[in-house]
Design a protein around this ligand. Structure first.
Ligand code: SF4
Length: 428
């Protein structure tokens, strides 16, 4: 972090993202499937229900990733495809209709139902989009039924959210009005902070996708400018472009710098005066920088290695290197969306080792050789690496936690500092 440079003066260097070399690998990968997105999506859309059409493995994955909620009525479940279905002895559509009928009878509070495809539903070629149309007709207007795939054949980890939001876009109401749409799941507290700052800047017609409630879907049309809050929403962006909306290019709102540049890009898109934007951002930027200074003592000069998992890796690496002085050993990402990440790549150190895709054994060898102070990886790799003496951070935690925005910048840094402090205590 450069303490002396006002963030309002930080300019994104004009280098092409193609200038950074990228190691591309297409081998065995260790990544969760897209069902995982249900864990944070069901918390966000509070009157939605996610019905996975899958196997006991799928049910187990969701329950262990989300934690079993004993006291609350859960808002996700798995319709188990039994062997009879797989063998074609039962009509899976009839079974699905019966399960949905039971669910809606018991839970009339559900306003939006997602049928979520899985590997088994793909294997038996169950057409969930047709099932969703059929069920939507049956329950309209009380309930909307949509479908998307979270299958491990088609999606990894955060691609499930992308598929879910892309399924929502055709359902958004049409409006030609000038509006800003923030796209990507955010914690409610982060949405409230962002709304307040946009309002202070003078931008009041702001919608969030996904919204907290199904009835609050943001309108879209030629007057809509959207800004991504998450870097893994390629399909959703294409769907919004088709509805006439325009993307605002920006880095992602992680850390004081990333959040400031994100707000500045939105402000510029709505012709807000630079002095006004700077005034609004000055105090939150100062608070975020003060919080980061406390963590910098732990993190500065420490090396970090990212395995590809959530697609948040590049914005996180940018934040950790520029604002906390961490040294990047390797930054792996499952997919590198050059257009959406152009502003991020322009802020990365010129000598950074980027990798896209995975050949897990080769990457593990590189990680062991680099011997980083901390490794960011999926749950499947964390335990073996910890057993080999490495300090790890689960990438899934970085997606679950409220980390975007100024007020969360210190908490985000703390997520990396804590494992290092714990390891230091264990060594004493
Ligand atoms: S969707 Fe596929 S990869 Fe994901 S839990 Fe189910 S079977 Fe496993």
């Amino acid at each position: 972090m450069n303490d002396l440079t006002p963030i309002s003066d930080v300019a994104i260097p004009k280098i092409g993202c193609g200038d950074l070399p990228v190691l591309r690998e297409r081998g065995q990968r260790e990544v969760f499937c897209g069902l995982t997105g249900i864990v944070w999506l069901h918390r966000r859309i509070q009157d939605a229900f996610f019905l996975v059409v899958g196997s006991r493995t799928c049910a187990h994955l969701i329950q262990s990733a989300a934690g079993v909620m004993i006291f609350a009525e859960p808002r996700f479940a798995t319709a188990i495809i039994e062997e009879r279905d797989l063998a074609g002895l039962a009509d899976a559509n009839d079974e699905l209709d019966r399960i949905v009928d039971q669910l809606i009878e018991r839970r009339p509070d559900i306003k939006l139902l997602f049928l979520v495809g899985s590997c088994p539903s793909e294997v038996i070629k169950l057409d969930l989009s047709r099932a969703a149309l059929r069920l939507s007709k049956r329950y309209t207007p009380a309930l909307r039924v949509l479908s998307y795939s979270g299958s491990g054949i088609e999606t990894t980890f955060t691609e499930g959210e992308d598929a879910c939001l892309a399924a929502l876009v055709p359902e958004l109401p049409a409006s030609p009005a000038q509006s800003l749409m923030v796209v990507g799941t955010l914690a409610d507290v982060v949405e409230d902070q962002f709304r307040r700052l946009f309002a202070e800047m003078g931008i009041t017609n702001v919608g969030f996708l996904p919204p907290r409630r199904a009835a609050d879907m943001p309108p879209v049309g030629k007057g809509t400018k959207y800004i991504l809050a998450q870097p893994f929403l390629a399909g959703t962006a294409v769907a919004l472009d088709h509805r006439g909306a325009t993307r605002i290019a920006a880095p992602f709102p992680l850390g004081a710098e990333g959040t400031a540049l994100w707000f500045k890009a939105a402000g510029r898109a709505f012709d807000i005066a630079k002095s006004k934007i700077d005034d609004v951002l000055a105090k939150p930027v100062a608070r975020a920088r003060a919080a980061l200074m406390r963590q910098r003592a732990v993190l500065e000069g420490r090396t970090i290695f990212f395995f590809p998992d959530s697609q948040l890796e590049i914005p996180l690496a940018r934040f950790l290197s520029r604002e906390l002085g961490m040294v990047l050993s390797e930054v792996g990402t499952p997919f590198l969306h050059r257009e959406h990440l152009a502003e991020e790549l322009a802020l990365m150190p010129a000598d950074v080792q980027l990798s896209e895709g995975q050949d897990v054994e080769k990457q593990l060898d590189r990680c062991r050789a680099a011997a980083p102070d901390i490794v960011v990886c999926g749950l499947g790799l964390a335990n073996p690496l910890e057993a080999q003496g490495m300090t790890t951070k689960w990438s899934i935690e970085l997606v679950f936690s409220p980390v975007q925005g100024f007020e969360q910048a210190g908490d985000l840094a703390e997520l990396f500092a804590r494992p290092l402090r714990r390891r230091a205590l264990l060594k004493v």
